[in-house]
Design a protein around this ligand. Structure first.
Ligand code: PLP
Length: 393
């Protein structure tokens, strides 16, 4: 009767356990406010251009002449064109009809698996955004892990001996903050093409990739259109975590077993998905307009400033870390080694909440994720407390 693969899923306890520990601490220490640097949610408000576009769209919906009901599940042309223009700016030309608008990268990353056989093998980095692992396990698909460790800068590279059909790459990475350079991504594209594998490239954090030589899209790499699907999101780029909008790009060149994956994805979405609201899509298009992009950039720069502050504190304390330069996350080596023990010490002694690396996979143990998505004030305060705690935590 039931899909027994669900019984193979680990308890999704990470953020629930963090919330419970924080609740208990707050109840016991009413005068000690806690600073949250754990969950990867944004805090800056939407860009004014986005709010204005959504207000206008809501007004259109309230008028018989401009009301919109069901429409093309793939997304309105105005938004697909705005996303295509975004790719053109990155130097990764894409046609609007290759882009399917969705309610976010999380749903698409999971839903895309509908077009792959459960007999495929998925190759997934460890540590990792847990959604990739769980969605494959739900289908009973075999998962192979590739180690992301300090030895490879948390950027695993192709291993000739590993068999894989679907390869997950997330760059800039959650949780490690590491980002692949052009040559490294080119090596992955060559590997996937050689083996007929498909790369699922999660570009949710591309807006944070600031350094030269760090691609913001897999399609900046020659040959990627024959082997890669890219999932994009407005969540971190434009603060849409609560609005919900993203996209998936499947190039027509991507063919496996003689079948176009774009046609399969279209078929899947047309059957199971009825599109994103008009108001949301208007807001998304405004976020990708020149005015919207400039306003969103101010928010990204705000978070970047926090990331610099966190990284500077780690430098001063001599704590090794990755991330921060091309990512909102700082992934640090846990003083003392045990990531949950460090979580407890940080909460009790500094009233700062982060995310224990153990929650992101076996290789996450010994590491800790801090997010730069808070306010300047809280980040400064948290880093002061961190310094008081000292390098030993
Ligand atoms: N992909 C990664 C790597 C993420 O970390 C997140 C959210 O934190 C998402 C996707 C979710 O994106 P969305 O809000 O567009 O569903």
């Amino acid at each position: 009767m039931i899909n027994t693969h669900y019984q193979t899923l680990p308890d999704n306890y990470l953020f629930a356990a963090i919330a419970r520990k924080v609740r208990e601490f707050e109840a016991g220490h009413p005068g000690q406010p806690v600073i949250r640097m754990g969950i990867g949610d944004v805090t800056r408000p939407l860009a004014p251009a986005v709010v204005e576009a959504m207000r206008e769209a809501a007004a259109e919906m309230g008028c018989a002449e401009t009301f919109r009901g069901y429409d093309d599940a793939q997304g309105y042309p105005f938004l697909k064109e705005a996303v295509a223009a975004h790719y053109a700016r990155l130097g990764a030309a894409a046609a609007p009809d290759e882009i399917l608008i969705s309610d976010g990268a999380k749903s698409d990353a999971g839903n895309l698996l509908d077009i792959f056989s459960p007999d495929c093998v998925a190759l997934i980095p460890d540590p990792v955004y847990p959604v990739y692992v769980d969605t494959n396990r739900m289908d009973g698909r075999a998962v192979r892990f590739m180690d992301a460790t300090p030895d490879n800068g948390f950027l695993p590279m192709p291993d000739a001996s590993a068999q894989a059909d679907i390869i997950y790459l997330c760059s800039p990475n959650n949780p490690t903050g590491a980002a692949y350079n052009r040559d490294q991504l080119a090596a992955w594209v060559a590997y996937a093409r050689e083996r007929g594998a498909v790369i699922l490239f999660d570009a949710a954090y591309e807006a944070f990739a600031g350094e030269a030589g760090i691609p913001r899209s897999i399609y900046e790499i020659e040959g990627a259109r024959e082997c890669a699907i890219e999932v994009g999101s407005l969540s971190k780029m434009a603060g849409f975590t609560g609005v919900r909008c993203g996209w998936t790009l499947v190039p027509p060149e991507l063919v496996r077993d003689g079948v176009s994956l774009r046609q399969m994805w279209l078929r899947r979405q047309n059957t199971k998905f009825n599109g994103v609201s008009y108001i949301t899509q208007r807001g998304a298009a405004a976020a990708l307009s020149p005015e919207g992009l400039a306003q969103c950039r101010e928010n990204i720069d705000y978070y970047r400033e926090n990331a610099r502050l966190i990284a500077g504190t780690m430098d001063a304390l001599g704590i090794a870390y990755t991330g921060g330069r091309n990512s909102p996350y700082i992934w640090l080596e846990c003083p003392g080694g045990d990531s949950w023990a460090f979580f407890d010490r940080l909460l009790e002694r500094a009233q700062v909440v982060g995310t224990p690396g153990a929650g992101f996979g076996q290789n996450g143990e010994g590491f800790f994720r801090l997010s730069s998505f808070g306010t300047h004030e809280n980040t400064r305060k948290a880093m002061r407390r961190f310094r008081e705690l000292g390098a030993g935590g």
